[in-house]
Design a protein around this ligand. Structure first.
Ligand code: ADP
Length: 575
């Protein structure tokens, strides 16, 4: 029953009580008994535990140099890992319970102790202390893992993640050396990236050699499982013992850094003092490694995304600069061509035959289309570079829509009709007229372009105040929301393409054989214009049935007292 209990320290000032205990033990068979070392004072006991190893303490609560619970507290401070069984007098249960609350594992009442009871109490005390320590250790490891997790996920930068990881290992297990090797996809190599408790330059120099630690680390990496090698200095798998011997490294534990079954690298630990890694330590370090894997995985992805973003930004800039230059260079000769066509059409170079006239008309249309495309590119670049200022013009919505209506007349040959729905009493508002015009032209032109026959409808209305959603109630009275709809009964847009429709250069049909002109920039610019006006746009469409674009724009009512000079005459963008 005593298991590994060999020696117990009895702290008792009464020689008679001490003798009784000795006699009780003497009655037992040898295998059940243990050695009893007796001292009469607490000071003497504290001295003995500093010099010898005991399995437990039998502690009287009434000593010449310590009384009651204080005795337990002082003993615990001196020997926190030793189980204590207190000895109390009759009718002193209260003191015994207080002692247990202070950390004693059990108590015995003097005068009622026989050998078996004594051995059983000491054995239970030892067992209880061991369990208690295990629970405390588990708890502290759970807390440590939680702390580590918090610290590791607080950053996405790889060097910071590795630094935190190694620091935490150091604070929990200062005796361990640790190294991190990460897989470099491009070079197909496990790179030595960080270490602890070793000279980093020396380790990196040695570890850069593919042969070094190959027998361990490659195995962990390829098998995706942990590996424990005890007594590395004498292990016959090791090709070069020198490094381990020089640094006095005794046991090795390698853990793969795994994310979704993909090995990011290997986290290795070396024990200097102990010759082996216990199961418990291995388990804890494996839990730590799996947390570290997630953090390292995240920071690797973060690094890749950052790199990609900077590549994209660079190539975007180059593309925009290129487009800007090209657009300018293309526009100039086209304007010259346009000028010459007009001269021909105005008979400056003499009369034209009917055939020539039709040919010039075609050239004029194509030139106009090409100029429009180049202008779209220029607008997109201008808007993208955020120099597009927003102006507050006085816009009579009714006049604005009447003007639009005059531009779009039904064309008998295309069998296309227009429907305009707005009330004449629409207000005069403050908004950017040029952008508004651009938005409408684009949406209506698209509707016309993608509706070979059918109807294009344009509607405008002021949303009732009850439908206005604004967090800023103070400005709600001044602000209204305009809602516009441009719908058609044309070819519609497929559901897969709908989310892409506002992206630059996106077209449902981008083939070279497509029937419709355009370069896929119009809607992108429309969206940017609406965003600059702090509005929203969305589209609903059914292939074969048609599309409707819904636009909402907030604006203020124009009061007659407004200073007209605030209405800008010039705009940054010319559409
Ligand atoms: P594009 O200059 O090609 O017309 P846009 O950005 O204006 O560029 O439009 C992008 C694409 O969205 C068009 O190529 C077309 O595929 C689709 N689209 C836009 N408006 C409509 C519409 N009213 N009906 C059908 N498809 C449309």
């Amino acid at each position: 029953m005593t298991g590994t209990i060999n020696k117990v320290l009895l702290v008792e000032d009464n020689p008679g009580d001490a003798l009784l205990l000795r006699e009780a033990l003497a009655d037992l068979a040898g295998s059940l008994s243990f050695d009893l070392v007796h001292v009469g004072r607490l000071e003497a006991a504290l001295q003995r535990i500093g010099q010898e190893t005991f399995d437990a303490i039998l502690l009287d609560l009434s000593l010449p140099d310590a009384q009651g619970v204080d005795t337990v507290v002082r003993m615990q401070e001196a020997a926190p890992r030793l189980p204590i069984v207190v000895l109390t007098g009759l009718d002193n249960d209260a003191a015994a319970l207080e002692a247990m609350r202070a950390g004693a594992q059990d108590y015995l009442v003097k005068g009622q102790i026989d050998g078996r009871l004594l051995v059983r109490a000491v054995s239970y005390a030892v067992e209880r202390k061991r369990t208690q320590e295990e629970i405390e250790q588990h708890l502290s490891r759970i807390i440590a893992l939680k702390d580590i997790n918090g610290a590791l996920t607080a950053t996405l930068e790889l060097p910071a993640v590795l630094k935190i990881l190694l620091e935490k290992v150091g604070s929990l297990m200062p005796e361990l050396c640790a190294t991190v090797k990460l897989w470099d996809q491009e070079r197909s190599n496990l790179d030595p990236v960080a270490c602890r408790n070793l000279d980093e330059n020396e380790w990196k120099a040695v570890a850069a050699d593919r042969e070094f630690e190959r027998e361990f680390i490659d195995k962990v990496f390829l098998s995706k499982t942990s590996l424990v090698v005890n007594d590395v200095q004498n292990d016959n798998r090791v090709r070069d013992h020198d490094f381990y011997r020089r640094h006095d490294l005794n046991a090795y534990l390698g853990i793969p850094l795994l994310v979704d079954d993909q090995v990011l690298g290997v986290l290795s630990f070396y024990a200097k003092e102990e010759r082996e890694f216990t199961g418990e330590k291995t388990e804890f370090l494996s839990a730590l490694a799996s947390q570290a894997s997630v953090a390292i995985g995240n920071s690797i992805v973060h690094g890749q995304v950052k790199q990609l973003a900077s590549h994209l930004e660079r190539s975007n800039r180059v593309k925009e600069e290129f487009l800007g230059v090209i657009s300018h260079e293309l526009r100039t000769p086209l304007n010259v061509v346009k000028g010459y066509i007009e001269l021909f059409q105005n008979r400056f170079f003499g009369e034209l035959t009917g055939e020539q006239e039709r040919a010039f008309e075609k050239i004029a249309v194509q030139t106009k289309n090409q100029l429009a495309m180049i202008n779209s590119i220029l607008h997109a670049i201008t808007i993208e570079s955020d120099v597009a200022a927003v102006h507050n013009d006085e816009v009579s919505l009714r006049d604005f829509l009447d003007g639009l209506q005059e531009t779009y007349l039904p064309s008998p040959d295309r069998k296309l009709t227009f429907e305009w729905r707005y009330r004449p009493e629409l207000p005069v508002v403050k908004t950017d007229k040029t952008k508004l015009r651009y938005i409408f032209y684009n949406l209506i032109n698209n509707a016309v372009k993608f509706t070979p026959e059918g109807q294009v409808s344009v509607s405008a209305a002021v949303l009732d105040s009850s439908r206005v959603t604004s967090n800023d109630r103070a400005s709600e009275e001044e602000r209204i929301w305009l809602q516009f709809e441009v719908s058609d009964t044309g070819i519609g847009i497929s559901h897969e393409f709908l989310p892409l429709i506002f992206e630059k250069f996106s077209q449902v049909d981008s083939s070279t054989t497509r029937v419709h002109g355009g370069i896929g920039l119009g809607l992108h610019i429309v969206k940017r214009c609406i965003e600059l006006l702090q509005g929203t746009i969305h589209v609903e469409s059914e292939p074969g049935k048609g599309s409707t674009f819904f636009v909402r724009i907030p604006c203020e009512i124009w009061h007659d007292t407004e200073c007209r000079e605030t209405a800008s005459a010039a705009t940054t963008i010319t559409f």
